[in-house]
Design a protein around this ligand. Structure first.
Ligand code: BJW
Length: 246
């Protein structure tokens, strides 16, 4: 894969890079993305399930959706895209991953500084007493579990529409965006806020913005470089470029 000379020079000179990732990076691990046909589950769109009202209205249905996704995620493994990002730590002073994904695959690939903006599917908590649980203890529950302490409903520790993102995680992600030299936006539709402000902040703060996606997005006009194709293939090619640059 050939890259523009300007990008190759940027790679050589940069010390601090940020990867902002979305569901598209995990698509090559077999995890469905949200938008488009494959995001549908039993004819529900994610927007109809990923909110607190939907959970209160039918907790078993929302719990079942998450159990279905947990199974896919547990069977999945990090793909060449996640692995290339982790390997970039050998070539740059600072590599930060800001992910919207809840699938834990960046951590499993070995990335060290990962900010999960929308939570993690393997954590749960009681909506009543706020006790946290490792979700593996509810592995075989097909209906929503109740808190062993107070009987409240247990929900996944993820961020649904209308909910605040964890403020410490968001603050760290924003700081990394302000300080990075290159910001890569990988497999993200960039339509969900405030997460989508991260690459915008990076660009406004002077970073070189590179988008990697199988199709253009709302962010493409802002990008210095748009690389159209599969995340795993393009990230591996960038890693190869880094090895050659050495
Ligand atoms: C490939 C590929 C391959 C495929 N290689 N690429 C400002 C403006 C407008 C609206 C808002 C705003 N600020 C807030 C809002 C409201 C709302 C929002 O953003 N709405 C818009 C959708 C209209 N935001 C919120 O509600 C947020 N909270 C909030 O703002 O709190 C403040 C507040 C509180 C109370 C009152 C008022 C304000 C919370 C948002 C939470 C989002 N949660 C979800 C679910 C998480 C848990 C779970 O997983 O179940 O997060 S929704 C879902 O979307 C999930 C994702 O992280 C997120 C983003 O999706 P993502 O990752 O981009 O996936 P896709 O499917 O959209 O795209 C995949 C991409 O990959 C595509 O582009 C493909 O082409 C590409 N691709 N294969 C490379 N192989």
């Amino acid at each position: 894969m050939e890259f523009p000379q300007e990008f190759i020079e940027k790679l050589k000179k940069s010390e601090s890079i940020l990867f902002f990732t979305g569901a598209g990076i995990s698509a090559e691990s077999g995890i469905p993305t949200f938008r488009g046909k494959e995001g549908l589950w039993k004819n529900y769109r994610p927007e109809e399930l990923a909110n607190f009202d939907a959970f209160l209205e039918n907790p078993d249905r929302v719990w079942e959706w998450y159990q279905y996704r947990r199974k896919i995620i547990r069977d999945a493994t990090p793909n060449p895209g996640h692995l290339a990002i982790a390997a970039m730590e050998n070539y740059f002073k600072k590599v930060v991953v800001v992910t919207q994904n809840i699938d834990n695959l960046h951590n499993r690939a070995g990335s060290k500084e990962v900010y999960e903006l929308h939570g993690n599917i393997e954590r749960s908590y009681c909506i009543n007493c706020k006790t946290f649980y490792d979700t593996t203890q509810f592995k075989s529950e097909s209906k929503v579990p109740h808190c062993p302490k107070c009987g409240g409903l247990i929900r996944p520790d993820v961020v649904w529409f209308g909910e605040m993102l964890p403020s410490d995680v968001l603050a760290s992600a924003q700081k990394a965006a302000e300080q990075c030299d290159i910001c890569f936006v990988v497999g993200a539709s960039a339509v969900v806020y405030p997460a989508a402000y991260i690459p915008i902040t990076a660009k406004k703060s002077g970073a070189y913005l590179v988008e990697i996606n199988i199709q253009p997005t709302e962010l493409t006009p802002l990008a210095n470089l748009s690389l159209i194709g599969k995340a795993g293939e393009i990230l591996q090619a960038i890693l190869k470029q880094m090895i050659e640059n050495r």
